[in-house]
Design a protein around this ligand. Structure first.
Ligand SMILES: *Cc1c(COP(=O)(O)O)cnc(C)c1O
Length: 458
């Protein structure tokens, strides 16, 4: 019998009951939350697809590890377990633990960016770009054009456009480029992977110009699995082998432990360069904690060490991606406009196509996320003009080509029936799309506005 990756490769030992609410209750809750799904109370949510960050279900082995936390201030044994797991999965020489991914982004940005330098990347990520800009860096998007087209089915829409990257080097000079960040997979492009061939070429070009390559390896296991599935020459290699090869095409990595590593908190930076490790360890004690815990409890480092090794197993990633594809394929079958191909960590709906009567200036993806919650209790996240924020220099709003809501799949949390409910809710909402009404922003925070902004109905 053929193995079905959609069938859970685990069984359920503990359950977390869900609260059932009605439409009137949700209408009030959404209004009180300023039409921002980040401001809802979690207990008012039925199926929570806001994010896959920190929302993972841990395994019995990870929970057992939690009981073995060595909470010594210095030299915790759990740090050494984490270091060994990082060596095994990623292969970098140095580990600098941090409280989560943005802590690592802060260390790397401070260590490597001089004000006025350019920082190319394959599409921006919110916290990554925020830290680069806080250091005076200028972000330049060098992702392939296909990434901005939701209906282009190129299997590697996360790739760096080598022409764009080379043109930038020629225009500003390699000395004025702090480093290049490569997200694997690219979150805001819809969880799209980067091919090994592209990673290899970018690394060669960067080395020839003395530019460091920083991998945002937050979802690197998913990227490795998608390379195995899609790139010629990789079908017989394991996820872990592919991951090691990906990392060998980079100098530094920043990681959020809250995504592919199956944990609820944590992160780290890793690198091969001894001097960079020294400078990050000098800073980690200022911003995070001692270099052997970096803001994490010993037990959390243990859970991350164990979760990382679990995530490197082929069948675990096969199930993860199968869940995304199941939801995506149900929506495609009903002609719902979603970003294609379906990404590793979730399904992204093209809000402009879903609600053609609501303009981008009225925050159409924000509207869709709010309506989906009111209709069904399903929580999603805006990934469009609100998330893109304003230009650091001119103060103008960025107008991203992709205006989406993200239905992000927490690892090992929901079952096939939950995804059926989500798909049915979206299909029903699409049938009522003429009723959609825009929003206006009534409170705008200075940084990362999408987290706390408030809206009112127009
Ligand atoms: C979540 C995330 C980060 C930031 O990590 P945190 O742990 O939330 O601080 C960075 N990059 C990507 C691609 C992410 O998804």
């Amino acid at each position: 019998m053929k193995f079905n990756p959609m069938a859970e490769p685990y069984k359920i030992k503990m359950v977390e009951p869900l609260k059932m609410t009605d439409r009137a209750y949700r209408e009030k809750a959404m209004k009180e939350a300023g039409y921002n799904t980040f401001l809802l109370r979690s207990e008012d949510v039925y199926i929570d697809l806001l994010t896959d960050s920190g929302t993972n279900a841990m395994s019995e082995n990870q929970w057992a590890g939690i009981m073995l936390g060595d909470e010594a201030y210095a030299g915790s044994k759990n740090y050494y377990h984490l270091e060994a797991a990082m060596h095994d999965c990623f292969g970098y020489k140095h580990l600098v633990p941090t409280h989560q991914g943005r802590g690592a982004e802060n260390l790397v940005s401070q260590a490597l960016i001089k004000a006025g330098q350019y920082v190319p990347g394959n599409m921006y990520f919110t916290t990554t770009r925020a830290h680069q800009e806080l250091q005076g860096g200028i972000f330049v998007d060098v992702i392939v054009d296909e990434a901005h087209d939701p209906y282009n089915t190129n299997p590697f829409k996360g790739n760096v456009d080598l022409n764009k990257y080379e043109q930038l080097i020629n225009k500003v000079g390699a000395k004025n480029i702090a480093y290049i960040t490569i997200g694997v997979t690219v979150n805001l492009a819809g969880g799209q992977p980067v091919s090994m061939e592209n990673l290899r070429t970018v690394y060669k070009l960067s080395q020839a110009n003395g530019i460091k390559v920083v991998l945002d390896a937050t979802r690197a296991m998913e990227n490795a699995y998608l390379i195995q599935q899609r790139e010629p020459g990789y079908k017989d290699k394991s996820v872990k082998e592919i991951l090691r090869e990906m990392c060998s095409c980079s100098d530094v990595a920043t990681c959020s432990g809250k995504k592919d590593f199956h944990t609820n908190i944590g992160g780290f930076a890793a690198c091969n360069d001894d001097d960079l490790a020294v400078s990050m360890r000098n800073m980690v004690v200022v911003y995070e904690g001692l270099q052997t815990y970096g803001g994490m409890a010993g037990r959390d480092m243990e859970a991350m060490a164990r979760g990382m090794l679990e995530a490197c197993q082929d069948h675990v990633m096969a199930h993860r991606v199968a869940q995304s594809e199941y939801l995506g394929n149900k929506l495609l079958a009903a002609d719902i406009p979603i970003v294609r191909p379906v990404g590793g960590h979730g399904v992204f709906i093209d809000a402009k196509a879903f609600y053609p009567t609501v303009p981008q200036s009225q925050y159409v993806a924000q509207v869709l996320a709010a309506d989906l919650y009111v209709h069904s209790g399903v929580r999603s996240m805006e990934r469009g003009i609100v998330s893109a924020g304003r230009d650091a220099k001119t103060g103008e709003e960025h107008h991203p080509k992709l205006e989406t809501i993200r239905l992000t799949i927490p690892r090992r949390v929901y079952t096939q029936s939950h995804f059926d409910v989500v798909a049915d809710a979206i299909i029903e909402l699409y049938q009522e799309r003429d009723k959609a009404r825009g929003l206006k922003m009534v409170y705008e925070p200075k940084y990362l506005r999408f987290f706390q902004a408030r809206f009112e109905k127009i």
